[in-house]
Design a protein around this ligand. Sequence first.
Ligand SMILES: C[S@@+](CC[C@H](N)C(=O)[O-])C[C@H]1O[C@@H](n2cnc3c(N)ncnc32)[C@H](O)[C@@H]1O
Length: 219
Amino acid sequence: MCKNNSFDIENEMSIEKAYNIWANQYDTNKNLTRDLDKRSTIETLSKYKFETVLELGCGTGKNTKWLLEKATHIIGLDFSQEMLNKAKEKIFDERVTFKKADLNENWDVDTDSLELVSCSLTLEHIKNLNHIFYQASLKLKEDGLFFISELHPFKQYSGSKARYETENGTEELEVYIHHISEYIENAKTNGMELVELKEWFDEGVENEIPRLISFVFKK
Ligand SMILES: C[S@@+](CC[C@H](N)C(=O)[O-])C[C@H]1O[C@@H](n2cnc3c(N)ncnc32)[C@H](O)[C@@H]1O
């Protein structure tokens, strides 16, 4: 477990609370980041073969639905019960298990032979990237893939954060910035190599700051 101090614990509780509120509108509000992530996930992962998948921060199951087109078994972890409830309303499939879990703890997933760990738009809420790479390396088989798609750190440097609308205005979540080198170093420390890295832009604005970054690492 890697919650270091009372600020981290409080921050984590407020993130969980925020997603429990956000869940109602997560799938329907205008959200360029969510929509671009769907594209980055599909375009990247279409190229690879996988059957057994662990999805980190699966949320309302936006990507779970697509992953099911290729996978025979998916475990989705998330600590927001309301986000998971939305996922369960949408996806009734015996190949999928949704579990309430905090990714900052040791992952209660009883396998070391997954073909894919997939994580979208979640790591900005996690302070300790090394913990995530370490847990992923424990759960992946040799040659297994770790796909990450996140808000680009350049976008974060310019102040962009996960946010949602409430009746009292826009709520912004406290986030952690992870530099590109941090992803690559943590992967290396945990025995993974970089297979691909791509930057994703809003349509028609390829000269501006990229919105997302995606990585595929191989154990
Ligand atoms: C922006 S949503 C992304 C959901 C989904 N992956 C997608 O792309 O639509 C981030 C998700 O990460 C989850 N999350 C954030 N921190 C977490 C943690 N420490 N443990 C488990 N889930 C977490 C939130 O509850 C939320 O569902």
